[in-house]
Design a protein around this ligand. Structure first.
Ligand SMILES: *Cc1c(COP(=O)(O)O)cnc(C)c1O
Length: 371
């Protein structure tokens, strides 16, 4: 089975496992774990921030960041398709008690005018204005639902400086910031310099089994540590997993260019097939998203699965595929030929036919929908 559902499916290599097995550890809740500290120092320096804190997931680093930037009732600005807003279990509302204000991004990218419009006219009805001061803007780079879209630097600078004029704090969901940097040659710390806080992920594409880091100013990270503890994120001899993240930072970053190349190869290999709507020009990093035009994406995904390719249905007509560390050129070639065989065999089907001949009763058990 070739599994392209997500770059979270990457597995630690033998060398990473050895680094993990030999890592010195201590109780991280007492700040005693030397490997966690080493990771936090190295990431802070890498991103040009004063301090950093290691946590279990990207969701935790993002939501702790939102909690530490705000108080309940504050407004937070998100792109309408931001991971932090729609794919993190409702946490902004449930955990931080904030009011999401949505921006009409195109593949995650919006404009200074969008931000100004969302801010509206000062009035005490709106938590984003008076009497509570406006609080926070979250930006995602690269953008997951946007198909791995990279924020153009110039646009990012404009939006961030508009946010500063509006006195907003800025948080970067950089789960795939690596990919933006590898694609543009602009180093991570340059993107990070536009933001107060940044979270990055080691369990996606970088090959580590677990973990994310939140970086920012010293006083902010101290407050974030309190909320990390509050939601049960105090882990003890976490150095074992932190060693995997450290190994990834030092060894697996440069190779991401291979994943970008394979994503492009996949996109170009299937874009012309009947029933597939895909512009390879939109594939800027490691994520390939396309639409299936003649059947439901869950049915399409099940047909692929039966031939040895596992991809992720996204909504009713979307499909996502992502190459990563353990995926080779040969895997991509095979994936293309599997998609081709299914697309050609079903080229003359239409959505209506699928619905009326009972195919819709396919259980789609394997292809539980994701993003
Ligand atoms: C996956 C992802 C996260 C969350 O990471 P988890 O470790 O799965 O909680 C955050 N932001 C983006 C953009 C992601 O793709």
């Amino acid at each position: 089975m070739i599994d392209l559902r997500s770059d979270t499916c990457s597995k630690p290599t033998e060398a990473m496992r050895q680094a993990m097995a030999g890592a010195p550890v201590g109780d991280d809740v007492y700040s005693d774990d030397p490997t966690v500290k080493e990771l936090e120092h190295e990431v802070a320096a890498f991103l040009g921030k004063e301090e950093a804190v290691y946590m279990v997931t990207g969701t935790m680093t993002n939501q702790v960041a939102i909690r530490a930037h705000t108080e309940p009732g504050d407004a937070v600005f998100f792109d309408q398709n931001a991971h932090v807003y729609i794919l993190e279990g409702g946490a902004p509302a449930a955990y931080s008690g904030v009011l999401p204000r949505l921006l009409p991004g195109v593949r995650g990218v919006f404009t200074p005018a969008d931000l100004r419009a969302a801010m509206g006219v000062p009035h005490r009805f709106f938590p984003a204005t008076i009497p509570a001061p406006p609080k926070l803007l979250c930006i995602e780079n690269t953008h997951n639902i946007g198909g791995g879209k990279v924020w153009p630097m110039e646009r990012l600078q404009e939006v961030c400086s508009t946010a500063r004029e509006m006195n907003l704090a800025l948080h970067l969901d950089g789960a795939r910031l690596w990919h933006a940097s590898v694609a543009t040659g602009i180093p991570e710390h340059e993107y990070a310099s536009l933001f107060d806080t940044v979270s990055i992920c080691f369990s996606k594409a970088m090959g580590a089994p677990v973990g994310s880091v939140l970086a920012g100013p010293r006083s902010f990270i101290a407050r974030a540590r309190r909320f990390k503890q509050q939601i049960g994120g105090g882990f003890r001899q976490a150095g074992i997993i932190a060693a995997g993240a450290l190994y990834a930072l030092r060894n697996n970053r440069e190779r991401l260019v291979e994943d970008h190349h394979r994503a492009k190869m996949l996109a170009e290999g299937i874009a012309q097939l009947p029933g597939i709507d895909l512009d390879p020009g939109t594939v800027e990093t490691n994520i390939v998203r396309f639409r299936v035009t003649n059947m439901r994406s869950t049915d399409f995904v099940d047909l692929l699965y039966d031939r040895g390719l596992h991809v992720l249905p996204s909504g009713t007509d979307g499909v996502r595929a992502i190459p990563y560390l353990n995926i080779s050129d040969a895997d991509i070639k095979r994936a293309i030929s599997i998609i081709e065989s299914v697309a050609l065999e079903h080229a003359h089907e239409s959505m209506e036919a699928m619905n009326s001949d009972g195919a819709e009763t396919a259980t789609a058990v394997r292809s539980s929908s994701g993003y």
